[in-house]
Design a protein. Structure first.
Lengths: 125, 518, 139
């Protein structure tokens, strides 16, 4: 099972890196979103995949008597999803504003903050 | 119900948490509290500055208390929700984290004070102060947490809040800079998460003390060098180390000057802190393997950074590059990994937080009385304000690493450490960087302050006298000067931080007082 | 998007979804659910209302600014953590008490208030982002 999942993780990473290499903000954003999912799948896979036994301790015992599923990776993934979700929502708004105001989503054209051909500082008095 | 009879001492911390123990979380919980309050009263802009400065001063007080307690009693721990570590999230404060949190909060107080004038009612309504407090909560949490996944969460907290501060005003420049900053930082933190995923896969734990004590046993089987390399890349991106530093000069000059000051002073240092914590404390042997790589990265960062500064005519853009070259100097100590080198790095971090914030604020004051950020336009400021000329001289000397200001001693330590470690070329790089910094900033001083230009038809710009700016600069210059003239206490704290990193037994012992459990 | 059918249904749909979100929030204690997912449901309810009837009716209906709501949620969560201070236990330790409402025992805990805080943070922040996007869409 882990082998198959690792294969998917690899595909996710490859796709996201390919998209992030693009010049267009919208593609980069799609890549970033897939990147986040690739990492979530990684966490899930490295947390070891076992049968779906819920980690609940029976009432009479101090610890579970069989091997249970590991709940921690899911907690980590949930946190990561929440964070990447809010991050992504913010980025969408930001990219949309930037597209409206700057009139381009091509990163080569976004030179407002660092204009081309700025003069060098004065060399003397 | 059987629940009444279960003995919970196997799962929970039973010792009562005294007010002193609460000092560990207070530097994080207080700014969150005040940030939340400020968000609620967003439209009552009159209340903002008072609440923010009050909250930050309280945070500063708890930071001072925490550092004093740590220096007396060793690292302090509080585990959230009473769950025994490694299951609960432990806040673990040692000398390194607490001292950096203290310096960062001090700088934030000064920036909040400077913001009284720099941030108008519109900026306040857009949430400058709430974002600032939430960002400081994130920064404090990063410095004080003892759990690596929690460190990731705090990274995201301060990165997201920093976006809010960055686009305050929404000019075209800011949107452009913020887009690049946001995307590259998101990639950086996601890399951090990737590395943490693999770390969890290898160790099965996320508590840093737990990782530190288990790393020796894992060295044979786990791919720890790969892991360390991933962390180096992820944190290097946050710290703005070459070759993943291009987000910084693209964005740091676009926001309000007080925001830039806080970012330039504090944020990159969080990356450096994370590098120190993970590479030196958790994976020292792997850091040794990678030390050659780190040394080259450090040298490239400092020299290319300062060369970028030489080519800029806008003071704010130049300062962005100066921040980068400072990160290179700090990474030199990381590459050496000796106690003296790390002491130098920590001391340089103190100096850099104070001096870079002060320099950005200085640029803001210069803009106010000189009317520009460009070296082409600024001139003759010493006539308008001799005080600024004096403060600027001190700050330029500090960043260049010349006496009598704060930059001297960390560089002395780092140069000596690199010679002792048999890497004289690294000390040459540090000295060359110092020389080029002197050239770059000395030029600013000469052009903006000494140069006499023919006054363009009557000096209509009546001498504005930004009192708040002067006061903020004086407050920051005092510790800068103190660090230069009487460095002993600072060096002692930095040395305590460095020993705590190299020998993690006190840190581990504080988290696991009962010793190693099966 | 502003068809007659949608505009007629949207208020009912929104109120149902908000009700459901509170149900999800409260059941989250022992069953799947909780503040985050409940908050998302409520936020999407407001987003639907905004798409159907425009943004300003939503702002009027919410009365408070969405960011103020999320600020209050953050305050509530943090205070739930700070309450531990007075019981000499570490930050964010769950504290429980039983109260009787009309003869029914109800468990009240700091965990519950923390979760309500999370709910309000999510409702406020996601609604404010959604409304900002919708405002742009319509002019």
């Amino acid at each position: 099972m882990e082998a198959i999942l690792s294969f998917f993780v690899a595909i996710f990473f490859a796709v996201s890196i390919y998209l992030m290499l693009s010049k267009h903000i919208i593609r980069i954003l799609l890549g970033v979103s897939i990147f986040g999912n690739a990492v979530n799948l990684t966490i899930f896979t490295v947390g070891r995949v076992v049968r779906e036994v819920p980690p609940i301790i029976p009432e009479a015992l101090q610890m579970p008597d069989t091997i249970t599923a590991n709940p921690l990776p899911q907690a980590l993934i949930l946190t990561a999803i929440v964070i990447s979700f809010s991050f992504f929502a913010f980025l969408l708004v930001l990219a949309f504003r930037a597209y409206q105001e700057l009139g381009t989503d091509d990163t080569d054209g976004m030179r407002v903050a660092e204009p081309e051909g700025e003069p060098l500082p004065p060399l003397g008095y | 119900m059987a629940a009444e009879t279960v003995d919970i001492s196997h799962a929970m911390v039973m010792a009562p948490a005294t007010a002193g123990d609460w000092l560990v979380v207070a530097p994080v919980a207080i700014p969150i509290l005040f940030g939340a309050l400020l968000l609620m009263v967003r439209h009552e802009t009159r209340l903002h500055s008072g609440l923010a400065i009050g909250g930050l001063l309280m945070t500063l007080a708890t930071n001072i208390g925490l550092l004093a307690r740590i220096l007396n009693e060793g690292p302090q721990v509080m585990t959230m929700g009473r769950w025994l570590p490694p299951f609960g999230i432990s806040f673990t404060a040692d000398a390194l984290g607490a001292s950096l949190a203290l310096v960062a909060t001090l700088v934030a107080c000064v920036c909040a004070f400077y913001g009284l004038k720099d941030i108008g009612a519109t900026g306040r309504r857009y949430g400058f102060y709430p974002f600032m407090l939430l960002m400081m909560a994130g920064v404090g949490g990063s410095f004080l947490t003892g759990d690596i996944f929690n460190l990731y969460v705090w990274f995201e907290v301060f990165v997201i809040s920093s976006f809010g501060m960055l686009i305050l005003g929404s000019t075209h420049q800011q949107l452009d800079g913020a887009t690049k900053y946001a995307i590259l930082n998101l990639v950086g933190t996601t890399l951090f998460l990737t590395a943490t995923a693999f770390l969890y896969g290898i160790f099965g734990t996320l508590n840093m003390a737990d990782i530190a004590r288990k790393a020796d046993a894992m060295r044979e089987t786990g791919p720890l060098v790969t892991l360390t390399m991933l962390y180096l890349l992820a944190f290097g991106m946050k710290a703005a180390a070459f070759p993943v530093n291009f987000w910084l000069p693209a964005s740091y000059h676009t926001p309000r000057i007080v925001t830039a000051a806080l970012f330039g002073g504090v944020l990159t240092k969080v990356g450096v802190y994370a590098l120190l914590r993970v590479l030196v404390m958790l994976f020292p042997d792997e850091r040794q393997v990678l030390s050659g790589v780190i040394a080259w990265v450090a040298a490239a960062t400092m020299i290319l950074g300062i060369m970028g500064a030489l080519a800029q005519s806008d003071i704010r853009r130049m300062l962005g590059f100066v921040v980068i070259s400072g990160v290179g100097v700090m990474m030199a100590g990381l590459a050496l990994g000796t106690e003296e080198g790390l002491t130098g790095t920590v001391l340089y971090a103190f100096h850099s937080v104070l001096a870079m914030t002060a320099l950005y604020l200085l640029a803001g004051v210069m803009n106010e009385i000189g009317g520009s950020y460009s070296l082409h336009d600024l001139s003759g400021l010493y006539r308008k304000s001799p005080l600024i000329a004096a403060l600027a001289l001190l700050l330029v000397l500090a960043v260049a690493g010349l006496p009598p200001a704060s930059g001297l001693w960390p560089k002395v330590l780092l140069v000596r450490a690199s010679i002792d470690a048999g890497q004289p070329w690294l000390s040459f790089a540090i000295l060359l960087t110092g020389f080029l910094t002197t050239v770059a900033l000395g030029r600013v001083y000469i052009l903006a302050i000494w140069r006499q230009k023919e006054a363009p038809a009557g000096e209509a710009a009546a001498a504005a006298s930004p009192r708040i700016g002067y006061a903020a600069l004086v407050i920051l210059t005092v510790p800068v000067l103190l660090l230069g003239i009487y460095p002993d206490p600072f060096i002692r704290i930095a040395a305590a931080a460095a020993t705590g990193l190299i020998d993690s037994s006190a840190y581990v012992g504080a988290v696991f007082p009962m010793g190693v459990q099966p | 998007m502003r068809t007659l059918i949608f505009r007629t249904i949207a208020p009912y749909l929104t109120s149902l979804m908000v009700l459901f979100s509170i149900f999800v929030l409260l059941r989250g204690h022992n069953d799947p659910g909780g503040g985050f997912i409940g908050g998302l449901i409520a936020a999407s309810a407001f987003a639907i209302y905004g798409i159907a009837c425009g943004v300003s009716p939503v702002r009027r209906a919410l009365y408070f600014h969405p960011m103020a709501i999320s600020g209050f949620g953050l305050l509530l969560s943090t205070l739930a953590g700070w309450l531990s201070f007075f019981f000499e236990v570490p930050f964010m330790t769950g504290l429980w008490t039983k109260v009787s409402v009309f003869g029914l025992p109800v468990d009240i805990s700091t965990v519950l208030f923390f979760d309500i805080g999370v709910y309000l943070v999510v409702v406020g922040s996601i609604t404010s982002i959604a409304l900002a996007l919708e405002e742009r869409e319509h002019g």
